[in-house]
Design a protein around this ligand. Sequence first.
Ligand code: HSE
Length: 427
Amino acid sequence: MKTVKLGIAGLGHVGCGLIELVERQAELRLPGKLEIVGVSARSKSRNRPVDISGYRWFDDAATLAEDPEVDVFVELVGGSDGPAKFAVEEAIKAGKHVVTANKALIAMHGQALEKLAQEKDVDLMFEAAVAGGVPVVRVLRDSLTGVTINRVSGILNGTCNYLTTEMLDTGRSYDEVLEEAQKLGYAEADPTLDVSGMDAAHKAAILASIAFTADLDFSKVSVKGVDTVELIDLVLADRLGLRIKLIAEGLLTDAGVVCRVAPLAMPVEHPLARVNGALNTVRVEGDPVGAVTLTGPGAGAGPTASAVMGDISKLFTPTARSPFGRAKHHESRQFVDAEPAERSAFFFRVKLADRPGALASLTEALAAHDVSVNKLLQESADDSDVSPVAIVTHVCSRGDIDAASARVSALEASVGAPQVIPIDAGN
Ligand code: HSE
């Protein structure tokens, strides 16, 4: 039976989850045997759910990457640059296959690393970088090669989806739920990457690059997170029959590949509205398959480690094919700037001082920019006499709603910046 020898760098939630899986490999359906020849992390003594005392310790990930014993270097350090990138480059240069869960690294440097891996005839695999335990990279890259894909969309950040779901379900604050998502191992080491939309954007860009054989250019990706979404937005949207979620999408347009991440509101019966908690979902639309949807746990130690293990298990028979599934004869498309969808209905929330005429000044400001109200809901004022108002607009242009929002923001009665979220009717 063939043995594949692993060097594992990064012993956070996913690294420890992987060690646990390797230790119970007899229960898995692996084609051969795995052996851990060394591990590396920032701190050797940190309290961990697994015992690492039986493994060779490396202070430096790059030294582990080059170790002659290592067949496959597993990078679970994280970060687009710095030690993770250096160690991955050193591993490839030393002729090792690389498995990584590092979406930031792949989104920023994936194609340069692909070139290096192809020069060295090694595999670079990153199933765990996108959607945790949902095997979407391989499905897009290997299984859907017979499909002309025109759209890839979905929920790609477990932390943000957990936040919006739990805040609404339990009424707990953003900070409290985010802290819980960190404890559960969903969030990045720096959770601003999650809530800013950056993590989902990294993943969406990777998927778009594979789906559309496009040169990955992260600078063209439009990114908006859930960090401005308040509990009151979720609650009022719910009363208006809407759910707010962070949605990522990659689209093939005449101009090129558009990739964007932003909060969207959607009717409660929309298929994405029912994907809750730390679940991720990816919908691939193309000809002639129609739509394929994959849903599952998008974050957390076990699910992500299982995706890393899936990649490792492929390396019993390395193929050194393009990590992004590209061949020389494929047309290479380009990412282009993502403009927000031009026309839609919008969820619009503002906080108004509770005094006569405040509502009239709001509707006047909307009317001045041709924004027409479809539904309106006003909550009673809180202790500070501020009353939240939520509106579902009729379909209007993004330019008009932005201009109306600026006008509302400048009203004497308005407190803080309004919230403007496009509504995806799901057509
Ligand atoms: N922080 C990520 C998330 C983990 O919440 O989805 C999986 O990449």
